[in-house]
Ligand binder design. Structure first.
Ligand code: DMJ
Length: 806
């Protein structure tokens, strides 16, 4: 019996549902047909044998991680793979706001349940469900993230409930099961509901599991991110439809409606952080990565799961805006929602790697292939995709917590195209995890992809998503116990059946309004509808195999699209008469470009080369100006008399006030005790008062160190890197990210190890405490220049003096 029939014993699919299924499946089949019949097969085909071996390796990976967690960490939320023990909220030293994920509710086990079913391990699934029912409880006086609790816990419980019922009916097992997991998800849902009591209907970011919003610590709660508020509907709709209680779905739709109203009416873009009471935007950066990602995902998937056209219309409006303003060739660069022609960041974050997967589902394959290809090159360059990387693919933030997004997109691209390239990509991702993240007790996150150093952290999504998508990539869908195409994957890769739409919703009638006309997107340009047909697929045929140059078709390669690691691009610039010469240390990837008409293949290409060079010049200028403007200085006197000054470079932060113009903060340097500054209080708080505190990077977020420094009365905070040998001279400086709140009002800057080493050497040499001045680097340079000029003028005057006297 098919799953579809199981969930719909008495009803046939309704028209909306049929439309959705036809649309998605038709789309995937069409793409697969065109590409498999007309594309020359990629060179590196993978045999069935190898694919099956990789599937088994993915299975082993799951058990290695799962057993490490169950044997050493359960019932904790997470496994700490280096210390091989559990991470408990309130017991394990706090990592600051990052710990809001944890609710002491055995998160990793709940998040892993449905993967056990996909692996066909019904016995362990049954055992694990019994454990969850016996051990997990939610009446905890703990503040948790509404978003994370929903996607990992509510989603995990719901999907496990659905699969438990499926196994009862189809595998003649678990007959004792009476819907306990659904009851648990209902209870957890109720505990999240107080967060939705805001004037806008947009939920607070955090809630206390026991006290709701009555926790005094939540009194000032007002800011949340777009993704945090807009990633609720799939789980809450399923919860309402399975329990019959409409409240969850009502609240989630209201939040989606309120968010939609906040879009910028000119650009149709969303910002990243907003105020839940006023609906004002706090951060207007707009991209598809951190802070926004799954809001877009849930608009599209809400349409797929619930068959409500208005969500497709909304998705299309946003999608067109993203493709118009944010997408730059294969790159996706943040812009300001109200000034969408200006890029607001020169780096991308790894969370955006889910975007190609979503593009595949929505039918826009070409940009999906391009962005995925770009990400693959970033991965090959740095072993893993770093948390953030610059437009020239250098590391902006080197951490890698074994995230699933890139593998998720690889899976969807493989399902849509059948191209073995994606199996090869998956193989590389799998082997990389085995080689660089596997430890004796699970899989450890990578603290810095440059050094490969591990972190004592294995997030629950490693089991619920990363390994699950690998397993699915190497599995033949026919071998799976369920028909995967009849499910929607939530953002945490939990499975919700499409048949949920048929369970109906008493509260909502899905009638189109004028505002949400589904045809809207067809009239816009570019249209995601028109992007799909034959004329777009055609040039893609040899895109991956490389048998036809990527820059063909008369389109000029722009400097922004150029990737030095792409062979087609190198050939194209060569034809334009451009020669590239590596300068300095090769590992820094610095090259110098020379252009000559004489070397160009044709006059036309010579002209293109000239244009390319001009663009490159502008781009480099823009980058270095942006970098210099943001760069901070930690300045100090080089002699005890205080005459001469020197400055060491430091990076700014997104969450603290910016020091601009002649603003500075001055104070004696004091080392924090303990050095990492992750505890509730500093041992030397009294000493830190009014001083410039130094804390080492690691163990907790930048912003929680900043909060502790501020609480202790420090005038400013310097965070020094924990990677020996790191330096701003050899790697790009970055701005430390916060959590969307703006409660830090002391300046906070970051110093790499080499620069901080210099500062600490001076501190040791001085008899008295070293006083530093934190300011903008450009301002320091200007100040020095003015001093220099004054000195020269005096020197000229005094050297002229005797002459005059003579
Ligand atoms: C997961 O919890 C989800 O995929 C979420 O949408 C984004 N972050 C992590 C994985 O990186």
């Amino acid at each position: 019996m098919s799953l579809y029939a199981v969930f719909l014993p008495a009803c046939a699919p309704g028209p909306g549902q049929r439309l959705v299924l036809t649309f998605i499946l038709g789309l995937l089949i069409l793409v697969a047909c065109v590409l498999s019949t007309e594309t020359s097969m990629p060179t590196q085909n993978m045999s069935n044998k190898e694919r099956a071996e990789l599937r088994e390796e993915a299975r082993d990976m799951f058990y290695h991680a799962y057993r490490a967690y169950m044997e050493n960490a359960y019932p904790a939320d997470e496994l700490m793979p280096l210390s091989c023990k559990g991470r408990y909220r309130g017991v394990t030293p706090s990592r600051g706001d990052m710990d809001d994920i944890l609710g002491n509710f055995s998160m990793t086990l709940v998040d892993s349940l449905d993967t056990l079913v996909l692996l066909g391990d019904f016995e362990e699934f049954e055992h694990a469900v019994k454990l969850v029912i016996r051990d997990v409880q939610f009446d905890n006086d703990i503040i948790v993230s509404v978003f994370e609790t929903n996607i990992r816990m509510v989603g995990g419980l719901l999907s496990a409930h659905i699969l438990a019922e499926y196994l009862q009916k189809n595998a003649d097992t678990m007959h004792w099961y009476k819907g306990e997991l659904l009851e648990m998800s209902r209870e957890l849902g109720y505990r999240l509901l107080p967060a939705f009591n805001t004037s806008t209907g947009i939920p607070h970011a955090r809630v206390n599991l026991r006290l709701g919003m009555k926790d005094p610590q939540l009194k000032k709660s007002r800011e949340t991110c777009t993704a945090c508020a807009g990633t609720i509907l799939l789980e809450f709709a399923a919860l309402s439809r399975l329990t019959g209680d409409p409240i969850f779905e009502v609240r989630a739709h209201a939040a989606m409606d309120a968010l939609w109203k906040l879009r910028h009416r000119g650009s149709d873009l969303m910002g990243t952080v907003l105020n839940v009471h006023s609906g004002d935007w706090v951060r207007r950066d707009s991209g598809v990565g951190a802070g926004i990602d799954s809001y877009y995902e849930y608009l599209f998937k809400s349409y797929v799961l619930l068959g409500d056209d208005k969500y497709l219309a909304r998705f299309n409006r946003h999608y067109n805006a993203v493709m118009k303003y944010v997408s730059e060739g294969p790159m996706l660069l943040d812009v300001l929602m109200h000034r969408p022609h200006a890029k607001s960041k020169n780096f991308m974050d790894s969370l955006l790697a889910f975007w190609p997967g979503l593009q595949v589902l929505s039918g826009d394959l070409k940009p999906a292939v391009q962005t995925h290809e770009m990400l693959y090159q970033v991965m090959q360059m740095h072993t893993f995709i770093p948390e953030a990387f610059t437009v020239d693919f250098q590391i902006h933030w080197g951490q890698h917590p074994l995230r699933p997004e890139f593998i998720e997109s690889t899976y969807f691209l493989y399902r849509a195209t059948g191209d073995h390239h994606y199996l090869q990509v998956g193989k590389r991702a799998l082997k990389t995890l085995q080689q660089h993240a596997k430890v004796s007790c699970g899989y450890a996150a990578v603290n810095d992809v440059r050094t490969g150093k591990h972190e004592d952290r294995m997030d629950s999504f490693v089991l619920s998503e990363t390994i699950k998508y690998l397993f699915l990539l190497f599995s033949d869908p026919h071998d799976l116990i369920i028909n995967i195409d009849e499910f929607v994957f939530t953002t945490e890769a939990h499975l919700l059946p499409l048949s949920i739409a048929q369970l109906g919703n008493a509260t909502f009638s899905f009638r189109q309004t004028e505002e949400h006309n589904v045809l809207d997107f067809m009239r816009t340009c570019p249209s995601s509808n028109k992007l799909f047909p034959e004329k777009v697929r055609k040039p893609l045929r040899n895109f991956i195999t490389g048998s036809c140059p990527r820059t063909s078709g008369g389109k000029r390669l722009s400097a922004l699209d150029f990737q030095a690691s792409n062979a087609d691009h190198l050939r194209a610039v060569y034809d334009m008469g451009i020669t590239m010469v590596s300068v300095g240390d090769r590992s820094q990837g610095k090259v110098r470009l020379f252009h000559s008409f004489y070397n160009a293949k044709s006059h036309e290409e010579g002209e293109m080369g000239l244009q390319f060079m001009q663009e490159m010049l502008e781009l480099t200028k823009m980058q270095s100006m942006n970098q210099l403007a943001a760069l901070q200085a930690v300045a100090f006197t080089t002699d005890e008399k205080g005459q001469d000054w020197a400055a060491l470079m430091a990076g700014p932060s997104h969450f603290s006030p910016e020091l601009i113009g002649d603003q500075f903060v001055e104070g004696d340097v004091v080392l924090s005790k303990p050095l990492r500054a992750c505890d509730d209080r500093l041992d030397n708080a009294a000493e830190a008062k009014g001083k410039v505190l130094v804390a080492e990077r690691g163990d907790c977020t930048f912003v929680s160190k900043a909060r502790l420094a501020q609480k202790s009365g420090a005038a400013a905070l310097i965070v020094c890197d924990n990677v020996p040998g790191s330096s701003g001279e050899t790697q790009p400086m970055f701005a430390m990210s916060g959590d969307g709140n703006d409660d830090v009002n002391i300046p906070v800057v970051f110093m790499y190890s080499v620069e901080f080493g210099k500062l600490s050497a001076i501190m040791k040499r001085r008899k008295h405490p070293l006083s530093v001045r934190i300011m903008q680097m450009v301002e320091f340079k200007r100040w020095q220049l003015a001093k220099e000029q004054r000195k020269n003028e005096t020197a000229t005057t005094s050297s002229q003096k005797p002459e005059k006297e003579l």
